[in-house]
Ligand binder design. Structure first.
Ligand code: NAD
Ligand code: MG
Length: 402
C-alpha cells in the first residue's frame, strides 16, 4: 500500500490502520465539516477517542459537543468567550482554554488524526503545528494549501506525515490515483457544480443578494465556501490546492462544469484512460474515507442509482463571466505569494458581501486590485506568507469601509 500523493511507504501508512481506537482532534468542530465529522465519530464510538475540539466563538455549542463525545480539551479562539465555555463545561472534567495560541496548543496535543476544518487562512498555523508533530492531517481547510502549499507539502514529505484530502474533488482524485502510477498521470479534471448563478446573466449577478448566493444547488456548507462556490472562487482555490496536493504542473489542472455533482473529479492517464470517483454529493463520504483510511467503513449513506433516469452533463466554465477563475489561474501559474494574496483579498471580499457592504461582482474587483497592489515574492518563507496575508487583508479592507 502506497500513499498515492507523497509515496509514503506501506510501513508508515500502516500506523493509522491498527485495530485499536484512533485519537482525534477537530479544529473547527462546530462548523459544517466539524459537525459531519462528529456525527461519524458518534456512529463509530468504539473506533475513535476525541482529544481536543476547537471553535472560534460558539462556546455553548462547543461545550455541548465536547461533552457529547467525551473530549479532553475544548478551546475557543475568541478569548471573550472563555467564561461561557468554562461555565458550560461545568464539572465535566473537560479542560477549557481560549485564544489563538490555545488553538495552536490544541493542535500540539497528541492526537494521531487531526481534522483541519477551520475556515480561511486562520487554519494555517494550527494545521502546520499538527503536521509538524507528524499527525495524519484530514485536510478540509484548502486555504492552508492555497496560502502556503509549497511549504506545507514539503514539510509533509520531509516528516512523512500523511495528508488526506477531504475536499470532495481532491478526495476523488486521491481515490482515483490508487488506480495507476503517479508518473502516468497526464492531467486532473476538477468538476464544479457551477453554483446558483451558472445560467445567470451578468446583470442578474450584479444584483444578486446574499440569500440568493447562499442557496447552493447541491451542497450544504458553511457561508464562506458557499459564497466562494457562487463566484467560482472555490474552484479557483481548488485548482491551487490540487497543484500542491498532487505535485502537478499548473497546466495539468483542468476545470469542467458538471451541474449534477455526481462525478467528484477525474484523472486522465497518459494513455487517455480516465478514472472518476462518483457518488451522491455528501461530504460525509470523503470525511469517512479520511477517518477510515486506508480501510473503508460500511455506511448506509444513500447510493446513486444508475437505473433511475438521470443525465450527467458537462460544460466549459465561462471564465469571462466568472472572472475569479481567471484570477485564480493567474495565481496558480505565477505562484509565489500571489495565491496567498488572492485568498486574503477574497476572505475580505466574502466577509463584506455577507454583510451587504459590497455587491456580488465587486468581490472579484476587490481581489484583482489587491493582487495588483501587494508586491510579488517568488519564494516566500512562512513568515512572509503571513505578512503577505496581512498586507492583502489590510489593503482589501481599505478599499471598502468595513
Ligand atoms: P464553517 O464556517 O461551517 O465552520 C468553520 C469552523 O471554524 C467553525 O468551527 C468556526 O468556529 C471555526 N473558525 C472560524 N474562523 C475561525 C478562526 N479565525 N479561528 C479559529 N477557528 C475559526 O466552515 P465549513 O463549511 O465547515 O468549512 C471549513 C473548511 O473546510 C473551509 O476551509 C472550507 O473551504 C473547507 N471545505 C468545506 C466543505 C463543506 O462542505 N462545508 C467542503 C470542502 C471544503
Ligand atoms: Mg470542493
Amino acid at each position: 500500500m502506497v500513499n498515492p500523493m507523497t509515496a509514503v511507504p506501506s510501513a508508515q501508512v500502516a500506523t493509522v490502520s491498527r485495530a485499536g481506537e484512533l485519537s482525534l482532534t477537530l479544529l473547527g468542530a462546530t462548523g459544517s465539516i466539524g459537525s459531519s465529522t462528529l456525527d461519524l465519530v458518534r456512529k463509530n464510538r468504539d473506533r475513535f477517542r476525541v482529544e481536543a475540539v476547537t471553535a472560534q466563538r460558539s462556546a455553548a455549542a462547543l461545550a455541548k459537543l465536547a461533552r457529547d463525545v467525551g473530549a479532553r480539551l475544548a478551546v475557543v479562539g475568541d478569548e471573550s468567550c472563555y467564561g461561557e465555555l468554562k461555565d458550560a463545561l461545568g464539572n465535566s472534567g473537560i479542560e477549557a482554554a481560549a485564544g489563538e495560541e490555545a488553538i495552536v496548543d490544541a493542535a500540539r496535543r497528541p492526537a494521531e488524526w487531526v481534522m483541519a476544518a477551520i475556515t480561511g487562512a486562520a487554519g494555517l498555523r494550527p494545521t502546520m503545528t499538527a503536521l509538524e508533530r507528524g499527525a495524519t492531517i484530514a485536510l478540509a481547510n484548502k486555504e492552508c494549501l492555497v496560502c502556503a502549499g509549497a511549504l506545507f507539502m514539503r514539510r509533509a514529505q520531509e516528516i512523512g506525515a500523511i495528508v488526506l484530502p477531504v475536499d470532495s474533488e481532491h478526495n476523488a482524485i486521491f481515490q482515483a490515483l490508487s488506480a495507476g502510477r503517479r508518473a502516468d498521470v497526464s492531467r486532473i479534471i476538477l468538476t464544479a457544480s457551477g453554483g446558483p448563478f451558472r445560467t445567470a446573466s451578468l446583470e442578474q449577478m450584479r444584483a444578486a443578494t446574499v440569500q440568493q448566493a447562499l442557496r447552493h444547488p447541491n451542497w450544504s456548507m458553511g457561508a464562506k465556501i458557499t459564497i466562494d462556490s457562487a463566484t467560482l472562487m472555490n474552484k479557483g482555490l481548488e485548482m491551487i490546492e490540487a497543484k500542491w496536493l498532487f505535485n502537478l504542473q499548473p497546466g495539468q489542472v483542468q476545470v469542467v462544469i458538471h451541474p449534477q455533482s455526481i462525478i467528484h473529479s477525474m484523472i486522465q492517464f497518459e494513455d487517455g484512460s480516465i478514472k472518476a470517483q462518483m457518488g451522491l454529493p455528501d461530504m460525509k463520504l470523503p470525511i469517512q474515507y479520511a477517518l477510515a483510511f486506508p480501510r473503508r467503513i460500511a455506511s448506509s449513506f444513500p447510493r446513486y442509482d444508475f437505473r433511475k433516469p438521470g443525465t450527467l452533463t458537462f460544460e466549459e466554465p465561462d471564465v469571462k463571466t466568472f472572472r475569479n477563475l481567471t484570477l485564480a489561474t493567474e495565481a496558480l501559474f505565477k505562484g509565489g505569494n500571489l495565491p496567498c494574496v488572492l485568498n486574503a483579498a477574497n476572505e475580505i471580499a466574502v466577509f463584506a458581501f455577507l454583510r451587504n457592504r459590497i455587491g456580488f461582482l465587486d468581490m472579484t474587483d476587490l481581489v484583482e486590485r489587491t493582487m495588483q497592489h501587494v508586491p510579488f515574492i517568488e519564494h516566500p518563507t512562512l513568515e512572509e506568507y503571513f505578512e503577505s496575508d496581512g498586507e492583502a487583508l489590510n489593503f482589501a479592507a481599505s478599499l471598502i469601509k468595513l
